[in-house]
Design a protein around this ligand. Structure first.
Ligand code: MTE
Ligand code: MO
Length: 398
């Protein structure tokens, strides 16, 4: 029996927390309720969103598991889990966000294809594992290189799961060698999540974690790593997860005209309120998360309770009792910040959150500006409608 294999059906799925909202059962795609998401800075494994494209792989015998590292390198190798664990261990706190986060809202503007997600297709975890730079050094690729002696420029991660998009083949993705060999980029091969052994849903026994980049590049259940001349030609790199302009639809799409999406743009969402919520008159708490890609911090989160006419700045934090400062040595550069503001809601209102990152990028105002046929990267201002409780009661008694 092989060390790691993929079942052909969904009869051997792992147990999951009952509070997750299921967006698709097979493959299993689910997110936590909004309020649960911001109940702590580190997302518990139970509440962490789960995004799959096939049945969850199974490890029969961890002793037999090994990772192959080959391709355009001088000395290809195979590493057992025990050997990977012997390498220096790093802990990186990084938020993973699916490119499809907030897709449901985008599809309301105009139809898109893809699994529907509310605002919780992301989570913030402390990933423990070996650094990809260290593993690549074992096959003779030195730090900070953009090309290997044999002409390799991309690092391709291949899994074992069976995805229908790949005609039953495994999920794969690649990142540039330059990023893979940059120690500052913190790319990990993780075997732990929040101090515990990675569970099956999140990639047991080993997954890539590529901080600051859309979740799709953090390949779970790693089987092999190959250095290649070209970027990965798999479905999820070439025919999916690309950002097209609003003028492109299914009848005029040419996938080859765009690059695979990597960095995530600046994003935020309110999680203390549902889309349409009833609140008591007076002061209410507006809380949520904000994050950006590429290691850029969050400079500001603005809140409006009058549909965008006036704004107040929210408090930002990562750790309790430590004020968050973007680009500060003590902040987690790959992680989200949680925000909180107290607002006075006089009447029925539209509450909006918009974030600004450390490069002064701002979220786009309307979803139409960023609409795309696959419904990815909905980073438009997040809006929730609130009805005043006293008015709701008064109206219903009429
Ligand atoms: N092998 C494999 N890796 C994968 C996927 C997958 O379906 N198979 N999904 C990707 C996508 S689109 C996302 S957003 C993240 C989700 O990771 P999570 O389920 O641990 O939250 O994993 C990525 N890695
Ligand atoms: Mo994703």
């Amino acid at each position: 029996m092989p060390g790691l294999r993929a079942p052909s059906d969904y009869s051997q799925e792992p147990p999951r927390h009952p509070s997750l909202k299921i967006n698709s059962k097979e493959p299993f795609n689910a997110e936590p309720p909004r309020a649960a998401l911001i109940s702590s800075y580190i997302t518990s494994v139970d509440y962490f969103y789960k995004r799959n494209h096939g049945p969850i792989p199974i490890v029969d015998d961890i002793e037999r598991y090994c990772l192959t590292i080959g391709g355009l390198v001088e000395k290809p190798i195979q590493l057992s889990m025990a050997e990977i664990r012997k390498l220096p261990k790093y802990n990186v706190t990084a938020t993973l966000q699916c490119a499809g986060n907030r897709r449901t809202a985008m599809s309301k503007a105009r139809k898109v294809r893809g699994v529907g997600w509310d605002v919780a297709a992301l989570g913030n975890a402390t990933w423990g594992g070996a650094r990809l730079v260290d593993i690549l050094e074992l096959v003779g690729v030195s730090k900070q290189s953009s090309v290997t002696s044999l002409g390799g420029r991309h690092v391709e991660f291949t899994s074992v799961d069976r995805c229908k998009e790949e005609k039953g083949g495994p999920y794969k993705a690649s990142i540039p060698l330059r990023q893979a060999t940059n120690p500052e980029a913190d790319v990990l091969l993780a075997y732990e999540m929040n101090g515990e052994i990675l569970n099956r849903d999140h990639g047991y026994p080993l997954r890539a974690v590529v901080p600051g980049v859309i979740g799709a590049r953090s390949v779970k259940w790693l089987d092999s790593i190959e250095i290649k001349e070209e970027e990965c030609q798999g479905f999820f790199m070439q025919k999916d997860y690309k950002m097209f302009p609003p003028s492109v639809d299914w009848d005029n799409i040419d996938w080859s005209t765009r690059k695979p999406q990597m960095d995530f743009p600046v994003q935020s969402a309110i999680c203390s309120l549902e889309d349409v919520d009833v609140v008591r008159q007076g002061k209410i708490k507006v809380a949520g998360y904000a994050l950006s890609g590429g290691g850029r911090g969050i400079e500001r989160v603005d809140i409006s309770v009058d549909g965008g006419k006036t704004w107040v700045e929210a408090q930002r934090y990562q750790k309790t009792n430590v004020l968050y400062a973007s680009d500060d040595m003590n902040s987690d550069k790959w992680a989200w910040v949680l925000f909180e503001a107290v607002a006075d809601i006089p009447e029925d209102a539209e509450i909006i959150a918009k974030a600004v990152d450390s490069a002064a990028n701002v979220q786009p105002q309307n979803v139409d500006e960023v609409w795309n046929l696959r419904g990815i990267l909905n980073t438009s201002w997040h809006r929730v409608q609130v009805r005043n409780a006293s008015r709701v009661v008064a109206n219903s008694s009429l």
